[in-house]
Design a protein around this ligand. Structure first.
Ligand code: NAD
Ligand SMILES: NCCCC=O
Length: 274
């Protein structure tokens, strides 16, 4: 299964960017304990750049490029990403097996699920167009009411090591389908395939800043993302201990009370939605 691990940088505003502090983290193959490469280590400085890029992606071309584009426009990108995942399935499966220590069969199944998930949310994005401005019936004829679905804004996506690209996709695909701009912070223990997702975003021409990918340590990269005042929503999957820290950080910014944090913690199938 020998395959070279690509050397990547952070993915910010549609470009590869070296971390401001130039730090890197070794990639350790869990089955051999050998160092097989390294990933960039983002810090608060890079988080600030990525959040600014995401914020500005929402308003490029007065929103027409992304946040207020039709669901069908966004679906085209999601389908293109799905097609690239399928095209690169073997390479991605091998990289993820080396990086996470999971059996190759499993990581290959996960790549099928990743592609399926991008296609699923492409369908939902298209369906959004039909549902947009659905009228709400009111008892008084003097009032008109309809439902306008709008993206919440900039979202932070923090993910664990055990399904590296799949759990990231469960967060990236719906965020993009809805018209949000996102910053993904994968686990420092298994980030390689998430960086390859960045390369795929470049290849399909995803508008810049719509998806930013910051690898790095939890306290150095995850924490400043979770507590960033310009991040409108945080979604996190991981341990109870980290979930507690993220909810505490969000509470300082009153995000918890605005319906803006989702935590999937270590008790199976628990979803806390405030
Ligand atoms: N409920 C589910 O569906 C589900 C799915 C997969 C994994 N899990 C759970 O995830 C855990 C395994 O994942 P892990 O070891 O990667 O979890 P973890 O909590 O150590 O790390 C998860 C993510 O949080 C980041 N992080 C760490 N400290 C942070 C901080 N202070 N602020 C912001 N981000 C921070 C990490 O860098 C990583 O990206 C297990 O407990 C497992 O049960 C749950
Ligand atoms: N089948 C994937 C389950 C991921 C959560 O742990």
């Amino acid at each position: 299964m020998a395959i070279p691990v690509p050397s990547r940088e952070l993915f910010i505003d549609g470009e590869w960017k070296a971390p401001v502090l130039k730090k890197r983290i070794p990639i350790i193959n869990p089955s051999t304990q050998q160092i097989i490469g390294d990933i960039p280590a983002a810090t608060k400085e890079d988080v600030d750049l990525a959040v600014a890029a995401a914020k500005s992606a929402l308003s490029h071309n007065k929103g027409a490029d992304w946040s207020s584009a039709s669901g069908s426009v966004r679906a085209r990108y999601l389908r293109a990403i799905a097609a690239k995942i399928t095209e690169k399935k073997t390479e991605l499966g091998k990289l993820e097996a080396l990086d996470s220590g999971k059996p190759l069969d499993e990581t290959l199944w996960d790549m099928d699920d990743v592609a399926g998930c991008f296609n699923y949310y492409a369908d939902l994005a298209e369906n959004l167009d039909e549902k947009q401005k659905a009228p709400v019936s009111l008892p008084m004829e003097t009032f008109k009411s309809y439902v306008l679905k709008e993206p919440i804004g900039v979202v932070g996506l923090i993910t664990p090591w055990n399904y590296p690209l799949l759990i990231a996709t469960w967060k990236v695909a719906p965020a993009l389908a809805a018209g949000c701009a996102a910053i993904l912070k994968p686990s420092e223990l298994a980030s390689v395939t998430c960086l390859e997702l960045a390369e795929i975003c470049r290849e399909v021409g995803l508008p810049r800043g719509v998806l930013n990918i910051l690898t790095g340590l939890g306290p150095e990269a995850g924490a400043p993302l979770a507590s960033h005042p310009d991040v409108d929503k945080i979604t996190f999957t991981g341990s109870n201990a980290t979930g507690s820290k993220i909810m505490t950080a969000a509470a300082q910014l009153v995000k918890v009370f605005l319906g803006s944090i989702i935590c999937k913690l270590c008790v199976a199938n628990i979803v806390l939605l405030f």
